[in-house]
Design a protein around this ligand. Structure first.
Ligand code: NAP
Length: 252
């Protein structure tokens, strides 16, 4: 018996990293999974992994910056599996590093469009379905960079503080509608995003590890487990929370 038997979960950014692990974890918990991403090959691979493990999943190519595509995604989830119970709005990019004076308008616009407006587009499309069926749980991926500032990432940090604010606002607006909305704030998690940021340079990876009080990077599955828990009835009184899953990085 899985904690999410009979439920339907949607995950964006599910072709890679944290989103892929979350899609796999939702399936292990018993949910049928709608896998969404711009990366078609990776998305199909995630679906294949879920099916191989005995689960059910479908891929829908979706750019979260395009509200029409996000609407099609939610429609497809409902058409395919009849409902939408859990949504993990996770797609995001790191953007280009550098202080504010070096942050181009293009970098600012793209980072905000994917990381913040993308999450808004998803919530806006998911909420009507959850209202219609009498409830649901949304988890947005923010970051420790949505709880404290980090140098050299002004657009990323601004986008993630935005996600955390949006999450609290949605939690309050739908608190009496049986819809919960939380965010996870990952610390440094070993995914392709971190490999891009470090150029897979062992020294740069060591510096990332040194940021973590626990002395190691987090695993994508450690975020996925928190996301799935937030969507289960075990978290029925948890809403409006920006949950650090960060090896004590923001405890300092
Ligand atoms: P990742 O491995 O790069 O995965 C992100 C996925 O999102 C990729 O498949 C990417 O596709 C996809 N994507 C990018 N733009 C998209 C769009 N417009 N629409 C739909 N999908 C899109 O990164 P990750 O580390 O798993 O990151 C997942 C989330 O966690 C992000 O929101 C990130 O900010 C957050 N996070 C990560 C860390 C960390 O240490 N890894 C820490 C804190 C927060 P392409 O590869 O084709 O671009």
């Amino acid at each position: 018996m899985g904690l999410l038997d009979g439920k339907v979960a949607l995950v964006t950014g599910a072709s890679s990293g944290i989103g892929r692990e979350s899609a796999l974890a939702f399936a292990r918990a018993g949910a049928k999974v709608v896998v969404a991403d711009v990366d078609v090959a990776g998305g199909e691979e995630t679906v294949g992994m879920i099916k191989k493990a005995g689960g059910e999943a479908v891929f829908v190519k979706t750019d979260v910056t395009k509200k029409d595509e996000v609407k099609v995604l939610v429609d497809k989830a409902v058409e395919t599996y009849g409902r939408l119970d859990c949504a993990h709005n996770n797609a995001g990019i790191e953007g280009i590093g550098g202080p504010c004076t070096e942050c181009t308008e293009e970098n600012w616009d793209l980072t905000i469009a994917i990381n913040l407006t993308g999450v808004f587009n998803c919530c806006k499309a998911e909420l009507p379905q959850m209202l219609k069926q009498g409830g649901g749980a949304i988890v947005n991926t923010a970051s420790v960079a949505g709880l404290v500032g980090f140098p050299g990432l002004p657009a990323y940090v601004a986008s993630k503080f935005g996600v955390n604010g949006l999450t609290k606002s949605i939690a309050l607006d739908y608190a009496t509608e049986n819809i919960r909305c939380n965010s996870v704030c990952p610390g440094v998690i070993h995914t392709p995003m971190i490999d891009r940021l470090t150029g897979s340079d062992p020294e740069a990876l060591k510096a990332m590890e040194a940021m973590e009080p626990v002395g190691r990077l987090g695993k994508p599955s450690e975020i996925a487990d928190a996301v799935v828990w937030l969507c289960t009835d075990e978290a029925s009184f948890v809403t409006g929370v920006n949950l650090p899953v960060d090896g004590a990085l923001t405890a300092q």
